[in-house]
Design a protein around this ligand. Structure first.
Ligand code: MOS
Length: 704
């Protein structure tokens, strides 16, 4: 089965039979279990911590607190994803749910029982976890979420264009504190081999980043740290950076001279391992009567912690999505007594496309113009941010194909025009967009004696299908069946690869696997004098043959604007009396370059759209502002879509490789699905009800 075809997951059988080992399932002899004690206040000091009762629990091996934890040789890191961690180095409490003690015991039950018996007396200080009352204090961050995205960017004279605009809208859009809640919580097993060699089984999206970070903090050589991540039950960005519990597990293992397993309990994944910050997005759009945009202004204010900086870059989509003679965007941060926010699926682009695409809908209403016609009127033929051509852009075709599938041409212009009995029906649409990223990656391919080819590359599989698509890429390059490929990943003893984030794995690791498999094919061709011959007979004659390759991005990202695009259409049904809402149809058509596997690509896009639906209607991490703590820190009260919320989602993509982005012509599919969805749903709610809700999530109380 060749590249692009819907090969079933090569790891599917192992997953359903339980043979696939997720982090905590690695069975190490003599493993001890750790539990975290986390702070119940948002700001202050640990005045006293009494561990005696915990230590008396049978089976408890150690209780580590700031009073007895080893001093680390380093506490900070220099990488862009190196978060400031809480490693029991002092008595300061900087946010709720901060680790303040680690209990290690013979059993998980003993560890948790003892953790519950640790008594903490706090010296509390006043905290502030709010964003809205403190907008005036916002300051400009170092960058907008990534070092290559400046905090502010502008061209043309936006203020003048807005003043002179024939039609103008100006509104504020707000998105809430959102938490990743991957099915598999964060977890680490740390095992020392002597004082200076460490193995970590870690639920991480970036084994090499984890190795570097942990080695730096513990004063080890990176080569003496091995990190393994064979299977992940989701991550969505939360497992990208290395968080405190990983290092604490290693410290605890050293303390008890045994391997230590530490899994966060679900409430401990709310706050200390990243989340999506609230955003306050002010947007102004100016246009001529015919719908031609003359001004786009998009200013985002988000939250970060008091001790670290992360900017949710929600204004970046406005820099490049539509042609306009003037565009000005900015980002600012308010420091709060909360954990540090971080990357969450389509960082910036998810909340940013929500606000921008609802603003476009509002402008269409002000112009009495079809919302899709307004997008086409302002279609950017070149990248407006950097004034350069696109590597490829088939967004117009996405609009057309999506509109045709959805029957958009039948949409009445006015809101509240579609109904069935007491049910109001609304149709909305929005644009999807996410940048194409690529980083340096390595891979090796070895013909084995049994005639199979073992392909190894560091990387990680979040559940997205990396095992499967890399098997296909290797098979395709070698001209053999996927059944002849054994692909392994998730081990720092394999060639180095980047974090599985930014939708870059197919582009980065795929290019490396393609290069390694092609190099092996060339070697084999030299051995056979170019004659076609079964791998088994080559192996029988020559034994093992190996090729290694590293694939580096070229300068295409400087010459071209490289983005995946899409168009999403939503239908909602709203009970006119009760405000109850259901999304009844979602259609997404995407320009993603080449799809490596139709089955896993479809799943990725659907997964993103389901999350976008949840962003529109459900997700909200609720803070008790008086306590500075998260109230709904569990899957019962943190609402995400369930089957009853999700309609049959129709997904399609346009065939065609991007000619510039990378050798495989892929544009990335992990994140684009969530962009635009919330706006399409919100615009449909407006069309159904005539009520414009600008703050997410749209709950029924806001419609009554
Ligand atoms: Mo993604 S938020 O870049 O893992």
């Amino acid at each position: 089965m060749s590249l692009g075809e819907p090969l079933e997951r090569v790891d599917g059988r192992d997953k359903v039979t339980g043979r696939a080992r997720y982090t905590t399932e690695h069975a190490l002899p003599n493993v001890a279990h750790a539990a975290l004690v986390t702070s119940t206040i948002a700001k202050g000091r640990v005045a006293a911590i009494d561990t005696a009762a915990g230590e008396r629990v049978r089976g408890v091996l150690a209780v580590m607190t700031h009073t007895n934890a080893p001093r680390l040789p380093a506490t900070t890191g220099s990488g862009p994803s190196d978060r400031v961690l809480h490693l029991l180095q002092d008595d300061v409490v900087r946010c709720a749910n901060q680790p303040i003690a680690v209990v290690v015991a013979e059993t998980l039950e003993a560890a948790h029982e003892a953790a519950g018996l640790v008594r903490v007396r706090y010296a509390t200080e006043p905290h502030d976890v709010r964003l809205e009352p403190r907008l005036a204090e916002a300051t400009t961050p170092k960058h907008a979420g990534r070092p290559d995205q400046p905090a502010a960017h502008a061209h043309g004279d936006v203020e003048r264009a807005l003043a002179e605009a024939e039609v103008k809208i100006e509104q504020v859009y707000r998105t809430p504190f959102e938490t990743h809640v991957p099915m598999e919580p964060h977890a680490t097993i740390a095992a020392w081999d002597g004082p200076a060699r460490l193995t970590l089984y870690d639920a991480t999206q970036g084994i090499f980043g984890c190795r570097k970070r942990v080695a730096g903090l513990l004063g080890l050589k990176p080569d003496d740290v091995r990190v393994v991540s064979e299977y992940l039950g989701g991550g969505f960005g939360s497992k990208g950076p290395t968080w405190s519990h990983v290092v604490l597990a290693a410290m605890a293992a050293r303390r008890v001279s045994r391997p230590v397993k530490l899994a966060l309990r679900r409430p401990q994944t709310f706050g200390p391992v990243g989340f999506r910050s609230r955003t306050h997005q002010a947007i102004a759009l100016g246009a001529r009567r015919d719908g031609t945009l003359t001004a786009i202004r998009h200013d985002t204010i988000a939250q970060t912690s008091s001790f670290d900086e992360f900017m949710e870059p929600a204004s970046v989509a406005s820099r490049m999505l539509y042609a306009s003679p003037s565009i000005a965007t900015s980002h600012k941060l308010v420091r709060s007594d909360i954990g540090t926010p971080s990357y969450m699926r389509a960082p910036g682009w998810a909340p940013g496309t929500y606000a921008l695409e609802v603003a476009l809908d509002e402008l269409a209403v002000a112009l009495d113009m079809d919302p899709l016609a307004l997008r086409l009127k302002n279609y950017a033929e070149r990248d407006p941010e950097k004034d350069r051509p696109w590597s490829s852009k088939a967004l117009r075709e996405c609009y057309r194909a999506g509109a045709a599938r959805f029957d958009w041409s039948q949409r009445p212009r006015a809101p509240r025009a579609l109904r069935e009995g007491t049910t109001l029906i609304g149709w909305g649409m929005a644009t999807s967009v996410y940048p194409t990223h690529r980083s340096k990656a390595g891979a090796r391919a070895r013909l084995q004696r049994d005639g199979t080819v073992l392909v190894e590359s560091g990387t990680q599989d979040l559940g997205t299908g990396t095992y499967t698509v890399m098997t296909q890429v290797a098979a395709d390059a070698l001209g053999v069946s996927p059944a002849q490929i054994v692909f392994r990943l998730g081990d720092t003893s394999f060639p180095e690869t980047p974090v599985s984030g930014g939708s870059q794995t197919a582009a980065s690791v795929g290019s490396a696997v393609h290069a390694a498999a092609t190099a092996l094919r060339d070697k084999l061709a030299a051995l056979t004098g170019g004659r076609s011959e079964p791998l088994q007979s080559i192996a029988a004659r020559h034994g093992e043959v190996e090729a290694t390759a590293e694939a580096k991005p070229d300068d295409a990202d400087k010459e071209y604007g490289m983005y995946a695009f899409g168009a999403q259409f939503a239908e909602v049904r709203v009970d006119a009396a009760l405000g109850q809402m259901r999304v009844s149809r979602l259609v997404g058509v995407f320009d993603i370059g080449r799809a490596l596997n139709a089955r896993t690509a479809r799943s990725q896009l659907i997964g993103g759209m389901v999350w976008g639906l949840g962003m529109a209607l459900h997700e909200n991490t609720v803070m008790d502002e008086r306590l500075g703590r998260i109230v709904n820190n569990n899957l019962a009260e943190y609402h995400v879509p369930v089957n009853a919320d999700v309609p049959a989602i129709e997904v399609a993509w346009l065939e065609g490789a991007d000619p510039h982005a990378n050798p495989l012509g892929v544009k990335g599919i992990g994140e684009i699905g969530i962009t635009g969805t919330a706006a399409a749903v919100a615009n449909a709610v407006y069309h159904a009800t005539g009520r414009r809700v600008r703050d997410l999530p749209i709950t029924l109380d806001r419609l009554l």
